[in-house]
Design a protein around this ligand. Structure first.
Ligand code: NAP
Length: 523
């Protein structure tokens, strides 16, 4: 393994997404002045009603580079008054925007998609600086984020109702799909751009307006998105972005405000539960994209090459800081030794370095609290009998780096089998029969995604039907795709993002009973 400032090339994570997602790009050295230029291009103000402005209280909060701990920029610390102004702007803009021709809404999204593609390198650099992920991964996220704008640009003109003859033959059933109204969006730091576009894209397509509150660690990507939407011709007030030090204080009054009609949240289950309570005041429409504890199940008949490759991707995409990250490896006892050895070899060879360094494959975790939590989980597992096959420790003298870690023989009682690790740690547990594998996979309050590796199609369908998750990766280590319904069950939340399902989250169905017979309606 190489240290954060080490120079050996290490192994490859592989190409997590299709080649147009940019993972195969050769990286060059990024100069400090290129970093400064990219940061200076980000509008570091609140975006309210189509105007860029400072917080009314004049406060700011710093944005830190997790690989150095240095401050990159200051963004406004919005007050409740600013939040209310943003919601008022979204409410006012809704009256017109809901009537904008669908084709025009689609064209704005298409232009925004194209601008993101044109600026992929600048957007990726800003993302790497504020969040830490290696540049090729940041580039992949920008393209992935943009793909939601492209997908929903195409969907905006495909919003249909239906017309049907009622059972009695006399009346007609007419339904229309109308925009929900002003929405509140709260997004996490781990995918600073994509978690925004996959809400904003379908909202714009449906004719909804919004107030977006990004995570305080990574506001720059979302502010850049707002600038792009502005340049793409989005009318003022349709999307508003507010940043703040205390999200709870800023957002609760908005969630309880009658002008808001929907809340879409991506983040931890603990915060999601709090927000669901607050949203019950107005009975807001809700989408909750919450935490996960993904099992990665490898059967004895799996193609081990495919499984190891898939494991590396499912575990190490975003350095393990993903809700879809494989949190537990559930491997048949007859192949567990071979699988563990090969995974440890690949994980141990990954190059850990600041995300802007050539060849970096694993960046820093988001902050010191993340390092402390991952270390505590590893120590707990080792204390209960797990074997460290590679890694196990924080790395480097500054920044928040942790070595890619594989733990073998992990007992079921270890805390990291139950809790979301959110770091580069792969715990391996074993099973001896299919029913046991299914029981182990489902033994969690979460239900976001599961990964399944087998060459036996009958078994694959049996297991897929039995898994209690919203998504399954079958013989592949990732599921993200703008055209597919992303979301979970159980305490991983409800609602779907992406695909036609993602658009429905922003539409209300209105039904009209039509009497065309000229006689009084009867049952
Ligand atoms: P988090 O602590 O729940 O924060 C997420 C967002 O909620 C941030 O913008 C945060 O703002 C805000 N927030 C925190 N407390 C709040 C409150 N009381 N009221 C209103 N907003 C509040 O989660 P995180 O640590 O950023 O993100 C990691 C979590 O997100 C993991 O559990 C991961 O699994 C989950 N996630 C889920 C999905 C999915 O699609 N299912 C995707 C990505 C991530 P501040 O930054 O100001 O605290």
């Amino acid at each position: 393994m190489s240290a954060p400032d080490g120079s050996d090339e290490g192994g490859e994570i592989g190409r997590p997404e299709s080649s147009d997602h940019g993972y195969s790009r050769v990286m060059t050295t990024i100069s400090p002045s290129a970093e400064r230029t990219a940061l200076d291009a980000v509008p570091t103000q609140l975006f309210i009603g189509g105007e860029w402005r400072e917080a009314s209280g004049g406060g700011t909060l710093p944005v830190e580079d997790p690989s150095t701990g240095e401050t990159l920029a200051e963004v406004p610390d919005a007050t409740v008054e600013d939040g209310k102004a943003a919601l008022a702007a979204a409410d006012e803009a809704f009256n017109d925007f809901r009537h904008m021709p669908p084709r025009d809404r689609g064209e704005i999204l298409r232009r925004a998609y194209e601008l993101m593609i044109e600026r992929v390198d600048e957007l990726a650099l800003v993302m790497t600086l504020e969040m830490g992920k290696p540049l090729p991964e940041a580039r992949g996220e920008v393209l992935y984020a943009a793909s939601y704008f492209r997908w929903y640009a195409e969907e905006a003109v495909r919003i249909n109702g239906r017309f049907q003859v009622a059972e009695n033959g006399a009346s007609r059933v007419l339904t229309m799909e109308q925009p929900v109204g002003p929405c509140l969006f709260i997004t996490p730091w781990n995918f600073p751009l994509a978690m925004g576009t996959r809400k904003v894209g379908p909202a714009i397509a449906a004719g909804c307006t919004s107030v977006v509150k990004p995570a305080k660690q990574t506001p720059l990507s979302m502010l850049s998105m707002a600038r792009i939407l502005e340049e793409a011709g989005l009318p003022g007030g349709v999307v508003n972005v507010i940043t703040a030090r205390s999200s709870g204080e800023l957002m609760e009054p908005l969630i309880r405000d009658a002008r808001a009609r929907k809340l879409s949240f991506t983040g931890s289950t603990a915060v999601g539960k709090k927000l669901v309570e607050q949203a019950s005041d107005q009975l807001l429409r809700m989408s909750m994209e919450l935490g996960g504890n993904a099992p990665f199940v490898v059967f004895e008949d799996a193609d081990l090459d495919l499984a190891v490759e898939g494991a590396l991707l499912a575990k190490m995409r975003n350095g393990g800081e993903a809700c879809t990250s494989a949190n537990r490896f559930v491997v048949h006892e007859s192949v567990a030794g071979e699988f563990s050895r090969r995974l440890a070899e690949r994980m141990g060879a990954l190059r850990v370095a600041r995300g802007t360094e050539p060849g970096s494959q694993v960046g820093p975790l988001i902050d010191q609290a993340a390092i402390d939590k991952v270390k505590e989980l590893v120590d707990d597992a080792v204390g209960k009998g797990a074997a460290v096959l590679t890694g196990g420790e924080p790395l480097g003298e500054r920044g928040y780096f942790f070595s890619p870690t594989v733990l073998g023989d992990v007992p079921e009682g270890a805390d990291l089998v139950r809790e979301e690790i959110f770091g580069p740690v792969a715990p391996i547990t074993t099973f001896s029969g299919e029913d046991q594998a299914i029981a182990m996979a489902n033994d969690t309050e979460y239900g976001l995604v599961a990964y399944l590796f087998t060459e036996n199609v009958s078994r694959a369908f049996r297991v897929m039907e039995a898994l209690e998750t919203g998504m399954i990766g079958f013989n592949q280590g990732m599921v993200s795709n703008a055209g597919a319904p992303f979301g979970g069950v159980k305490q991983s939340g409800y609602g779907r993002e992406g695909g036609p399902e993602g658009l429905r989250e922003y539409l209300e169905t209105k039904y009209v009973a039509l009497n065309l017979s000229g006689r009084p309606a009867a049952l």
